[in-house]
Design a binder for this molecule. Sequence first.
Ligand code: URA
Length: 437
Amino acid sequence: MLARELLLAKRHGQTLERVAIDFLVEGMADGRLGDEQLGAFAMAVAIQGMDRTETVALTEAMRDSGRVMQWPGLDGPVLDKHSTGGIGDSTSFLIGPWLACCGAYVPMITGRGLGHTGGTCDKLESIPGYDTAPDPDRLDRIVRELGVAIIGQTSDLAPADRRLYAVRDVTGTVDCLPLIVASILSKKLAEGLDGLVLDVKFGSGAVMTDFEPARELAIALARTASAAGTPTRALLTDMNQGLGRTAGNALEIREIIELLNTPSPTGRLFELSRELSAELLLIGGLDADPAEARDRLDRAWASGAVAERFARMVHALGGPSDLMERPDQHLARAPVEVDLYPSESGRIESIDVRALGLAVIELGGGRRQASDAIDPAVGLSGLARIGDEVDAQRPLLRIHARKESEAERVGEALRRAYRISAAGAEAPALIAERIEV
Ligand code: URA
């Protein structure tokens, strides 16, 4: 086979056979295809699209381009969640240990911040000593012993995606549905999963702001993953306000420690984590109906087992053994903390959540370019919600910064991110739709 002929065929809108896709993806992984050919492939797919069969073949070939984890001998299903990214979205830290307490195994491979959204792996690295890149044997041992390990991307998983993604980034082909689907799923399915739940977000803080394109992505992801042999469902969830009350790496870890230490928490971050976990218990066959799944989750939470499992995972991966009891001793804190008040009083009508994410980057809590170091201490806390009353006594949020001048600079942009009126607006529903294919 000649790569040039296959690229020409795709450029002319022909459907590629599985063997052709396998050949191209092998060439991406072993270097036989040059970057210019990867660019041509991405552009041809972006213009001509791929049908369902091609998308499944591309996903499977990219999944199989590196190591695919195997989990022989476990007494429960191997499960995971993927979120398309947002602000204050720390559900992974609750879902992983929660499922482990309910009989599942969760080898969760997480990403870094992308664009204005935060990354689970960056948040983990705000815990001193935590190893986000354990070797495969250590990962295997921890997952078998504790049922959960949350770590970062490893270079041996889906190497074809790493090359293709870098080329897409510079050729204007990131926002192409089949390429997004294959990219996301190749990495997740390489974990050797029995079930996957997708949290596909829409709204002002999501990568896809509009509902319909997000829905289309959710359906394509769920269909492709299921066709590739991993039963998958998706929830379409609201990102018109931060999910938790904080945005920023160490701040989000503090927030989840506080949640884990609370016997009966409330709020959207907890609620969504519970719903995504319930979906996974159903997909994994651990429960037969949603009420049963929620009941099992509530019992595990109330027993304190979820917090304990999180603490054991942190310690097993090199973090402090007393993080849950003494977070202040271990997590960085910014020297400047300033409350930001609205310029007029009233109720919050809408929030430009993307602007919150950009403010975190501006403060040093995210990257402008891949090589940037992250300041774990900075960010935002006490995020007011849609419908909340704000005035000269009730702030919009608190800014955590290195310098007063930096807090002042982002403060102005942040104030503009909030629309306030006398009546405000109702809080949008957290889960807009459940997709089961
Ligand atoms: N995340 C990924 O891993 N790949 C994409 O293409 C988009 C988001």
